[in-house]
Design a protein around this ligand. Structure first.
Ligand code: DP6
Length: 324
């Protein structure tokens, strides 16, 4: 086969990945845990062709910037090496969610690319091998390979650092309501941010407790315990942002409406509406609640000044091939 197409969902981390022990291999400083976001997806087609003079990349209908092509080519190089081919490839990729919405599109992008490219090159990688490969393109992409609720293990070697599903999507009808606050591109994205983590005096403290928080989050997921998940997720989120704010140079991703949403969620919880929040490397706030409360959460989020729109997603499936 020289052409293959794959679909993958982005994911939201409950316990965050921030900082690498090996930058080149994307071996993370700590393990992380996340949920795939159903309904939001990247679809990618890869075609290897011996006639091509270079790799080409179309993103959402237009030719991609050179830096984006280079990052995709680096992943294609890994696939070419595994498959023993030197053919270049044509890659076409599109997201069904707004590119500037602050959803981590690199997670779904590199999970879909790893699967489509390896299948197009004739490789049949198992889930762990696919997750390892996706990790090389973007760390969080390792978690978009398995289904549902997913844990990515930190380790010292390429072989040992990959993600596994801890619960299927059907296990828990949790919904992520994403308060979109800014659609602008971030000044410092995740890739440039990870190397700064160790410049913060707080990163060591954050890493010291990471395994404990991971175990608490895993247990909360297995027991479908939202108050427990919310507590550990918000603690982990505050720790990551504290590291970001105290690195050199400092990274301050929160905007005033981000803080308004965080205060609102805490107030709703005090009134009895169970929910918890987390933010990635950007100002948008992900609010997790039971599906039964998701419409109420979205309606309330929509009324907070500065919230431009609300996207919603339940737990999603694994990266998979499809017939284009
Ligand atoms: C804050 O996976 O986007 O979203 O490996 O450089 O592509 P690269 O970084 P990326 O980092 C994600 C950081 C985060 C937390 C998380 O998703 O765990």
């Amino acid at each position: 086969m020289s052409t293959a197409s794959a679909i993958a969902h982005p994911n939201i981390a409950f316990i965050k990945y921030w900082g690498n022990r090996d930058q080149a291999l994307r071996l993370p400083s700590n393990s992380s845990i996340s949920m795939n976001l159903d309904g939001l997806e990247t679809r990618t087609t890869v075609r290897f062709d011996s006639q091509l003079a270079a790799d080409a990349l179309q993103l959402n209908g237009s030719a991609a910037a050179p830096a984006q092509v280079a990052r995709v080519s680096a992943m294609l190089d890994l696939v070419r090496q595994l498959a023993g081919t030197s053919d270049f490839a044509e890659v076409t990729s599109s997201n069904n969610f707004p590119s500037g919405s602050g959803i981590a599109s690199s997670s779904s992008a590199f999970a879909a690319l790893a699967l489509a490219a390896s299948a197009a090159a004739g490789l049949q990688l198992d889930e762990a091998a696919l997750s390892r490969l996706a990790r090389r393109g973007s760390g969080s992409a390792s978690r978009s390979v398995p289904a549902g609720f997913v844990e990515w293990r930190a380790a010292d070697t390429d072989e040992d650092s990959f993600a596994v599903s801890v619960a299927a999507p059907e296990h828990w009808d949790l919904v992520d309501s994403i308060a979109v606050i800014s659609e602008e591109h971030k000044a410092v994205g995740s890739t440039a941010g990870h190397p700064l983590a160790d410049t913060s005096p707080l990163q060591a403290a954050r890493l010291h407790g990471a395994e404990g928080r991971l175990a608490q989050a895993r247990q909360a997921i297995l027991e479908r315990d939202l108050p427990a998940l919310a507590a550990v997720m918000e603690l982990d989120n505050h720790l990551m942002h504290a590291v970001m704010m105290t690195s050199s140079p400092p990274l301050l991703y929160w905007q005033p409406p981000s803080l308004a949403v965080m205060h609102a969620v805490a107030a709703w919880r005090a009134e009895g509406l169970q929910a918890g929040y987390t933010l990635d490397a950007g100002p948008n706030v992900h609010v997790l609640s039971a599906a039964a409360n998701a419409a109420e959460v979205a309606a309330r989020l929509g009324k907070i000044p500065g919230v431009q729109r609300v996207l919603q997603a339940g737990a999603g499936g694994p990266a998979r091939l499809f017939e284009a």
